[in-house]
Design a binder for this molecule. Structure first.
Ligand code: NDP
Ligand code: 2IT
Length: 449
């Protein structure tokens, strides 16, 4: 048996050879194997089964052309994808992203992360991700509808309630899921739980909209309890102003935190007095209803707008990156630590670069990775699937209690597998190992398939 350091070097060399143009995918896998290769070396049951090689080669990748017509009558072409990474523990499950930056590297990283995240929820869901390099900004509702319908005209044959269940992600919210589900329902001539994040009038779960942001704050409060601290009165930086960011802010404010920043791709706003329910209602109006820019917040309230900047230079005890991948580089991590940040909880997927994570852990910042911290969204998606299968509707309170339990369970799993000798919890390591064990045990039981 090779030593772990050699195993890691060889694995990374092969990963680069197999995926030369996919830096985000290699980053996500590299971050995980640093914990899993030593874990496998210490656990003979998982040795010589090629489990990591199998997990980092998607089961299937579907890519297709999406042709649609804009309001001016021009024909437009985009590229659509679905990456079905692993269905060892349940049907493929994961969101769909619409953003001009979407490419195979990004969707493969997201599908890989989703596999471990879904495992951590304890629910029977495999890992997948899809999307298109379509930019919804500036498009009319009719254009978005035609785009969604054209996408599903191709994708519908590869998805289904027991096969693959998509949902939202960046650029895909209730409006887009509604249009995609409408087209899927028409083509399949069936009303099933094939999408989650649906409107509550047609099969959606109460609490799904809020679940990712609320769930991230629930796990943050578990981490604080672990350290005998309280969220009330703590200053919190949040990036993004989309689904995850706004509901993370809402829950943090409800629990007494002072949330001072939010952002979008144009820059960040700093409200030194902290947001409250009225101010967050203004953000929701600007970003969700008007689909406008966050800087307009400063027309309504006393706040600063920092164009083209990220919020990490503002002093705070807690940071919740909730926008996109790699938004915290090593210089940002250094600034956060120097300004007294002690907790970093990832609402987004892979917002922190690998060397920035190393710096945070070396500085003893309590770092919770996205695959644990943002799992509340897909967890409530899992609950939506259950309600659809049962043809039942659970109350918002029932869903919230279940979400809270799931996030507490994820915290416990990370603590079990990530505790160090001095009591510090390496949540990253804990999440990677706990997420892996369930998938790996299923893969061993299912044979070489
Ligand atoms: P939204 O589309 O609702 O919001 C995204 C936010 O991030 C917007 O404020 C957007 O700004 C900003 N943003 C997006 N891309 C960039 C970029 N390249 N640079 C700067 N800002 C950017 O997406 P979500 O809130 O749903 O997703 C945010 C993150 O959370 C993603 O990493 C996603 O994968 C992850 N996630 C989402 C879940 C969900 O349930 N929705 C579940 C788990 C994770 P602008 O408005 O200017 O585009
Ligand atoms: O990254 C994610 O977990 C999501 N975008 C949510 C996926 C889902 O199926 O609800």
């Amino acid at each position: 048996m090779k030593d772990s350091a050699t195993g890691i070097t060889e694995f990374i060399a092969n990963l680069e050879k197999q995926n030369p143009h996919e830096p985000e995918f290699r980053q996500a896998v590299t971050e995980v194997i640093h914990d899993l290769i030593p874990f496998i070396a210490a656990n003979p049951r998982y040795q010589n089964k090629m489990l990591l090689e199998r997990l980092s080669e998607p089961d299937r990748i579907i890519t297709f052309r999406i042709s649609w017509m804009d309001d001016a009558g021009n024909i437009r072409i985009n590229r659509g994808y679905r990456v079905q990474n692993c269905n060892a523990i349940g049907p493929y499950k994961g969101g769909i992203r619409f953003h001009p930056s979407v490419n195979l590297s990004i969707l493969k990283f997201l599908a890989f992360e989703q596999t471990l995240k879904n495992s951590l929820t304890g629910l029977p869901m495999g890992g997948a991700k899809g999307g298109a390099d379509f930019d919804p900004k500036g498009k009319s509702d009719a254009e978005v509808m035609r785009f969604c319908q054209s996408m599903i005209l191709e994708l519908w044959r590869y998805i289904g309630p027991d096969t693959d269940v998509p949902a939202g992600d960046i650029g895909v919210g209730g409006r887009e899921v509604g249009y995609m589900f409408g087209q899927y329902k028409r083509l399949s001539n069936s009303f099933t739980g094939t999408f989650t994040g649906k409107g509550v009038d047609f099969g959606g779960s109460l609490g799904r909209t809020e679940a990712t942001g609320y769930g991230a704050v629930y796990i943050l409060s578990e981490v604080l309890i672990q350290n005998k601290e309280d969220i009330a009165g703590k200053r919190v930086l949040i990036s993004g102003s989309g689904n995850v960011a706004v509901y993370a802010a809402e829950k943090a404010v409800q629990m007494g935190a002072i949330v001072t920043t939010l952002s979008d791709s144009g820059g960040f706003i700093y409200d030194k007095n902290g947001f409250n329910a009225e101010k967050l209602a203004c953000i929701k109006q600007l970003k969700f209803t008007e689909r406008s820019r966050i800087e307009k917040y400063c027309d309504h309230f006393d706040a600063e707008f920092h164009a083209g900047k990220k919020p990490w230079s503002i002093p705070a005890e807690i940071a919740l990156p909730c926008a996109t991948q790699n938004e915290i580089q090593v210089v940002d991590a250094r600034t956060l630590v120097d300004n007294g940040c002690k907790y970093l909880v990832e609402g987004a997927n892979m917002p922190t670069a690998i060397d920035a994570i190393s710096l945070l852990l070396a500085s003893r910042v309590h770092f919770v990775p996205g695959k644990a911290a943002n799992a509340g969204g897909v967890a409530v998606s899992g609950l939506e699937m259950t309600q659809n299968s049962l043809r039942l509707v659970w109350s918002a309170r029932e869903v919230d209690i279940k979400l809270h339990d799931i996030m507490r369970g994820i915290h416990q799993k990370c603590a079990r597998h990530g505790s160090e000798a001095d009591g510090f919890i390496n949540y990253s390591k804990g999440a990677n190992i706990a997420g892996f064990i369930k998938v790996a045990d299923a893969m061993l039981a299912l044979g070489v398939v």
